[in-house]
Design a protein around this ligand. Structure first.
Ligand code: ATP
Length: 354
């Protein structure tokens, strides 16, 4: 059993508080991604979990034990760093074995664990090579092997894929997730890449300026973003935002925006006159000559299986995923319709989901 619980965690560097009142629970076997832009505090939270940074408020619990003052070595965690931190003068075998040798495990046990990890990670043919003789993906696997052999209760990953090219990143994402499916070690993974978060996480913790903005499954944060910030951060194509005022359209709530009338879900708790922001994903916009939303076509980006139509809306860029064979004249007005249940509605003042 390995759980990690943050209870009202805060962090100050000197007089400067960068994190306040972080509370959530990571369950046994869970793969949790801490997601947010640069500077939101995700790395600091991970380093506090590892014991590489002090906790200045609250209680940090690993498997029910308060570890605020426990040495990193005694926390039963293993961390994989962004730069892998491999020893260049040691062969792969020695790199993977190093922490076990420091811990003075019996040689036979060290051999067993290294060979087992190498087998799982497809590193057996490379055990006698030096890190410089490996590809980026292989080095990444060695770094994971070093964490694995420690048989720690919790794995911590700090942006482990950011040094790899796009194709290898996609491949390693799958490998790390498959490894997790096999080992089921409780994992905390830091990234600013929403695709990594969406594809790997059981649960995503979206952070903003030292606070938690939303915690949920990838589907939760995509389908029901708790705020405009989360809606903006999650999704491969940028979500469209249109500001408006709530009106009653034949007894049904709608938002009057500068691009047109957008019908809202009748179950929403909005009142006439209320200022809102409608968030509409490009995948939820339908080209429809009778649609109530209008924008001007700028250009179409073809992406093989589909195409993205970039328009000039009254509030800036407006994107729609369209059929790849569709043709639009530059500057022509295009009309769109949006199903009311696909509109994410945020309060204009708080930017929280309504
Ligand atoms: P990145 O993806 O760029 O690493 P992050 O979300 O991981 O960003 P942190 O590195 O955790 O963010 O930093 C959070 C905040 O804490 C930032 O404002 C940063 O400037 C500040 N910070 C981090 N380390 C220190 C330090 N040692 N002293 C003072 N401030 C720090």
């Amino acid at each position: 059993m390995a759980t990690v619980e943050y209870k009202h965690i805060g962090k100050a560097f000197g007089a400067f508080t960068i994190m306040r009142d972080i509370s959530f629970l990571i369950e046994d076997h869970e793969f949790v991604v801490l997601l947010g832009p640069s500077g939101c505090g995700k790395t600091t939270l991970l380093r506090m979990t590892a014991g590489l940074e002090s906790v200045t408020a609250g209680d940090l619990m690993i498997s029910g034990r308060r570890v605020n003052d426990v040495h990193p070595r005694d926390r039963d965690i293993a961390m994989v760093f962004q730069n892998y931190a491999l020893y260049p003068t040691m062969k792969v075998y020695e790199n993977i074995a190093f922490s076990l040798e420091v811990a003075k495990l019996p040689p036979a046990e060290i051999k067993r664990r290294v060979e087992h990890a190498a087998e799982i990670l497809n590193l057996t043919p490379y055990l006698q090579r030096y890190p410089k003789e490996l590809s980026g993906g292989q080095r990444q696997r060695v770094a994971m092997g070093r964490a694995m052999v420690r048989e720690a209760a919790v794995f911590l990953f700090d942006e482990p894929l950011s040094n790899l090219d796009a194709k290898l990143r996609a491949h390693m994402r799958t490998e790390i997730r498959q490894l997790h499916n096999r080992l089921k070690t409780t994992t905390i993974y830091v990234t600013h890449d929403q695709i990594e978060a969406m594809t790997m996480a059981d649960k995503i913790v979206v952070m903003r300026a030292g606070k938690i903005e939303q915690i949920g499954t990838p589907d939760d944060v995509y389908d029901r973003p708790a705020s405009k910030y989360v809606a903006d951060f999650i999704g491969s194509s940028a979500i469209n935002f249109l500001g408006g005022v709530v009106v009653a359209d034949q007894g049904v709530p709608a938002a009057q925006t500068s691009a047109g009338l957008i019908r809202l879900d009748p179950a929403l708790k909005v009142s006439v006159g209320q200022k809102v922001i409608c968030g509409i994903r490009p995948t939820d916009v339908l080209v429809d000559p009778n649609g109530s939303v209008a924008a001007r076509s700028l250009l179409i980006e073809r992406m093989g299986h589909e195409a993205q139509l970039c328009c000039q809306g009254p509030e800036g860029q407006f994107l729609a995923i369209v059929d790849k064979s569709a043709r639009f004249d530059e500057g022509a007005e295009v009309r769109f319709s949006v199903a009311s249940e696909k509109v994410h509605v945020f309060d204009a003042a708080t930017e929280d989901r309504i």
